[in-house]
Design a protein around this ligand. Sequence first.
Ligand code: HEM
Length: 247
Amino acid sequence: MSTAIDRFDDKARRTFDSIGRTEVYRGELLRHPVYTRVLHWTVALFFFLALFSGFGIYLPWLFRWFTPIFGGGPLARAMHPWFGLGFVLVFSLQVLNWLRPMAWTKTDTEWILNIKRVVSGQETLEAPETGFFNAGQKAQFWEIVIGSVAYLIAGIIMWIGAPAFGRLAVAVSYVIHDISALIMLGGIFIHIYLSTIGEPGTFHSMTRGAVSEAWAWTFHPAWYKQVTGRDPRQAYEEAKRKMDAQK
Ligand code: HEM
């Protein structure tokens, strides 16, 4: 049964696909269509604008040099909540877009319980059940969702201020806002590392939209099986045999 969200997302995807371009070469799979990529980079843009303007306000003795980008300290302070609002609004569209692949499953809980093996690199391939996103990606996504709700509520209280909400509510909001910012910032460092050098081949999924089949069977075997109909372990063994024969 198609829902209002599905219909909204399908229309947006079709519109963006007719404007932008996705290049998928032989031996590759489509990973992120234009709509997803535009949303992702707009979210990232608002995130970094909010971050840099926020740093200038929060730690001026250290990050004063960020404020000229925004036309000075007072302008950085005035624009920061708008950047935050832009971040939350565009990320909300990404939440609708990714609601299905980000749904938490029993397999994800097992992945998290098995995290030591995953990060220690003891396995050549991810667990065979790992689908479009792994549990680590999903956990970070839901952390950003919770963080965005916290920003929205705390941010509005801080923005409008004590006369409307009282001094206690404003003080608590500052604490919530800052804790959320620190958690999200730490997560984004890990995210950028994993999306670039940590898991080579991931970055161009968000630039031209495609990944190699080898990337797919290595990091997201269940998704590889779903889109190609082939067994990821078998595909890996075959590719390895071919490479060994060429040596
Ligand atoms: C220079 C900065 C960034 C880079 C290089 C980057 C790169 C990427 C890439 C390549 C993917 C696709 C991963 C996949 O298909 O498996 C992705 C996904 C994603 N990005 Fe980013 N990103 C950046 C900034 C951000 C920011 C600022 C946010 C939000 C605050 C964000 C949120 C997400 C989320 C939620 C996903 C989906 C789940 C995941 O892969 O973790 N990204 N990013």
